[in-house]
Design a protein around this ligand. Sequence first.
Ligand SMILES: Cc1cc2nc3c(=O)[nH]c(=O)nc-3n(C[C@H](O)[C@H](O)[C@H](O)COP(=O)(O)O)c2cc1C
Length: 409
Amino acid sequence: MGLIKTLRSVASFSIPTLSRHKRRFKRAANIADLRLIAKSRLPHGIFDYIDGAAEDEITMRRNSAAFQQYEFVPRVLRNVAGIDTTTSFLGRTLESPLLFSPTGFTRIAHSQGELSVARVAAHHGLPYCLSTLSTRSIEEVAAVSTGPKWFQVYVWRDRGLVKDMLTRAQASGYEAIMITVDTAVLGRRERDVRRGFTLPPKLGPGTIIDGITHPAWTWDFIRNEPITFSNITDPNASSAGTAVNLSYFISQQFDPGLSWDDLEWFRANWNGPIILKGVQSVADAVLAQKHGIDAIALSNHGGRQLDSAPVPLDLLAPVAAATGGTLPLICDGGIRRGSDIVKAIALGASLCTMGRSYLYGLGAAGEPGIERALSMLTDDMTRTMSLCGVRNISEITPELLSLVPAGRI
Ligand SMILES: Cc1cc2nc3c(=O)[nH]c(=O)nc-3n(C[C@H](O)[C@H](O)[C@H](O)COP(=O)(O)O)c2cc1C
């Protein structure tokens, strides 16, 4: 009797699931685990499109590694019974200092793509920035989200196309635009070069085998409508008036002539906050402030553009000092832990972003995967704040960090 009682007290049975991915997803403990599940669920070319970066991927690795330079200086006996992660950004109250970064071609990871990201963001009171290169349109995303929505702008040579998107975003209730300024030309992503990966992917013997060996992704892919760049119509393409699905058209459209003078044009055509995404130097941050830009994202595009670019985390303190702490800063790149968010805020960020972190979740398990990625980051952040003795975002100050002594990892 005693034995049965003891066994009962320790046994916990649940119905086993046959899907290996679902079993692994259930047990996933952190973003790195979600990444590994996405790696096994997605065809190789697609995983590498998401996971990869430019050239030797030095920048991408450094973006994440930079967080390890710091350790916390925790305070104790501070009554951390109620942790408040809310913050205010450009006049909006947000549940946490987190933004869902724009990612092009999101439906490649899962058929629900941008709609899932928008729903999760809205549900948690966080902003989602839709990419110019999204696979759901400005209007489709607005229809599923009452949360704060921003629109990311790639500046095309054809300003008529840009103006059209700005008008649509404004009409659909998007609150801010992020102009991406690190993409004068497209970075060279060598994993894609090796795999011959294009957007949209072309069918060939390699991709067919890749698809067959990843049936969960393939089944989801073939049951749903074809993926296209939903926001862009190419007046010169033979399919005039339809969504363009030609990546060569996109690469030809980036305007290498873009300059600071063009910002006037945006002021005239957008009624709301303007954020520059991809600022990578103190000098440009100061220039952005002089041009009346509302906020900047210190970003190297997750290492997908210039390799050996500066790391956003390293830029925070010098940029905050040079701009007098009055220009809101977004730290974009390498965030895989809630403790990374706390460190970035301590160094001067107002907001941090998730790029690959939510894409790994989406690739691992669809919308529940994004939910899980977000809760991993926010739970981590709340726990870190408790263990550091800070109760709210304004208590996260530079005194909370110190540099790890030289020679120690
Ligand atoms: C698959 C993928 C697609 C992306 N597409 C865009 C895009 O369309 N526009 C843009 O401004 N940035 C894009 N980015 C960059 C992200 O917005 C963000 O800067 C980057 O992912 C941050 O680094 P992290 O992935 O380490 O968080 C993309 C990133 C990834 C991984």
